[in-house]
Design a protein around this ligand. Structure first.
Ligand code: ADP
Ligand code: MG
Length: 476
């Protein structure tokens, strides 16, 4: 069981980031599973964690555990702390999240009491209930809408294409293929299209499916000899959104049926939208006739967001969840979490949950503590090298000038800034820093740090410039 759980943690880490594993899943263990009934029992240390996981990560749990344990229709049961299996609190049927929500309302009174300052995390819990998929009908998550989607240079093409598709359904960009790394907003954008289309044309039929669910549904239909029904269900759609098509890889039969569904919808000018973590050509184990079809319309990518976009996203999430997020903390979190927006949200949740639990306000000190282990620092030399390079670039001097023994004022000042930022942004000792920059001793470094601190308090422009450089280094 430990092996399976470890394997599960690895998958979650890849998909949702190490921070989510550390915060929520590490403390949970796999207690039992029953192949006949499909019931999997997990043990959480307390109700708070159990509830949080059920509200946020139930789809992930089901997806990976059903694969790992080879169970199709799984039910997940949580027990908490010292509870025994007989005192099971919640049963989560695989197909109906709606009943999960009822269960949550009925059975889940959080055991930790939330006082007034803890309202923040309570607010998040409340909002996130809406986050569950509605499994009746189109599967659209009402929370993923265009209004909540921050547009930056990294996703503006995909966003513009998505809006164009809503306005000209089936007429332009068919199919629309969105690709990009994990946690960058593909699923959000797909739901946003679905929701906007539903609003604009209330009578048309829309269906969002994850490729995993699509495959499972298909396999079940074959088993029950209902493949035709499966095909005709999808062929009746006006808008079909299929998420994460990379999972069609090596699923020959599902590819076959999808190929026919695709052709049919396409000929009827019905809109098809797909997402994947890679460009169509690079999806391994996919029939080439299918690959080429995926590229027939528009292929739009989503890239890693820049700092401004990340800050805007954090502010949006904070506003949605009624979290009071000071701008320096937003800045700090955004520069710490490099590439995954799900991780970015995770970091915010973690900081705000922690503030609520210890009954304090969100501050930069708290964020630093909570996110201490985020993004394992690179090797010491690599980080020192980065500081050096980026400072040199920003002041238009060479690295060797900074390291050399030159003493004229300009270079000396830049060198002091290098020392200051090295101390601030790496864990290296004063000795290591000094010797890295042309073999200077630690007292020179101390002196430099004091100098830069006083420059920053007198010269606002310089302080701003150093701040910008600091952010650039953190982004690297
Ligand atoms: P992907 O499908 O690419 O793995 P998701 O769409 O699931 O990523 O996004 C992960 C999380 O990040 C979601 O909660 C989503 O709302 C959020 N997110 C991603 N991009 C944006 C954005 N541009 N603005 C606001 N939230 C975003
Ligand atoms: Mg996704």
């Amino acid at each position: 069981m430990q092996l399976i759980w470890d394997e599960f943690l690895k998958l979650i880490k890849q998909e949702a980031g190490s921070q989510i594993v550390e915060t929520w899943f590490k403390a949970v263990s796999l207690q039992d599973w029953n192949l006949a009934t499909g019931v999997i029992t997990l043990k959480a240390p307390n109700q708070f964690i159990s509830k949080w996981i059920q509200e946020h990560y139930i789809e992930l749990l089901k997806k990976h555990l059903s694969r790992l344990l080879n169970v199709n229709e799984i039910k997940i049961i949580f027990i908490c702390g010292g509870q025994e299996s007989q005192q099971i609190r919640n049963i989560i049927p695989a197909s109906t999240i709606q009943s999960t929500q009822n269960q949550l309302h009925a059975n889940h009174t959080p055991q930790i009491s939330l006082d007034s300052k803890q309202q923040q995390s309570k607010a998040m819990v409340k909002v996130s209930k809406k986050n569950q998929y509605n499994h009746y009908g189109n599967n659209l998550n009402e929370n993923y809408i265009f209004e909540n989607f921050i547009v930056g240079p990294n996703n503006s093409l995909a966003n513009a294409a998505a809006i164009a598709v809503v306005d000209n359904l089936g007429k332009v960009y068919n199919p629309l293929f969105i690709y990009g790394g994990t946690g960058l907003g593909k699923t959000h954008l797909m739901h946003a299209i679905g929701n906007a289309v539903k609003k604009k044309y209330p009578n048309i039929t829309v269906c969002y499916e994850t490729t995993d669910r699509f495959i499972t549904e298909f396999i079940n239909c074959i088993r029950l000899d209902k493949a035709d029904q499966f095909r005709s269900k999808y062929q009746k759609l006006d808008l079909f959104l299929l998420d994460d098509v990379q999972f069609l890889s090596n699923k020959e039969q599902t590819q076959e049926i999808f190929f026919h569904i695709f052709n049919n919808l396409y000929e009827e000018h019905k809109q098809i939208i797909m997402s994947s973590d890679t460009f169509p050509k690079e999806i391994a184990g996919l029939q080439s006739r299918l690959k080429s079809r995926l590229e027939w319309g528009l292929v739009a990518d989503i890239q890693i967001p820049d700092l401004e976009t990340k800050i805007a996203i954090l502010n949006k999430k904070a506003e949605q969840n009624k979290i009071n997020l000071p701008s320096d903390v937003a800045n700090f979190i955004a520069s710490r979490v490099i590439s995954n927006i799900r991780e970015l949200e995770g970091a915010l949740v973690r900081v705000s949950a922690f503030a609520a639990l210890i009954n304090t306000h969100i501050s930069i000190e708290l964020a630093k503590k909570v996110l201490l282990n985020l993004n394992n620092p690179k090797s010491e030399n690599a980080s020192l090298e980065t500081v050096l390079k980026i400072v040199a670039k920003n002041f238009d001097v060479s690295v060797s000038d900074i390291k050399a023994k030159k003493r004229y004022k300009e270079i000396a000042e830049i060198r002091q800034i290098v020392f200051y930022l090295m101390k601030k942004l790496t864990n290296c000792s004063l000795q290591v820093i000094g010797s890295f920059v042309g073999g200077r001793d630690h007292s020179t470094v101390i002196h430099a740090i004091g100098k830069v601190e006083s420059i920053c308090s007198n010269d606002l422009d310089m302080a701003k410039k150093i701040k910008r450089i600091e952010q650039e280094i953190l982004m690297n």
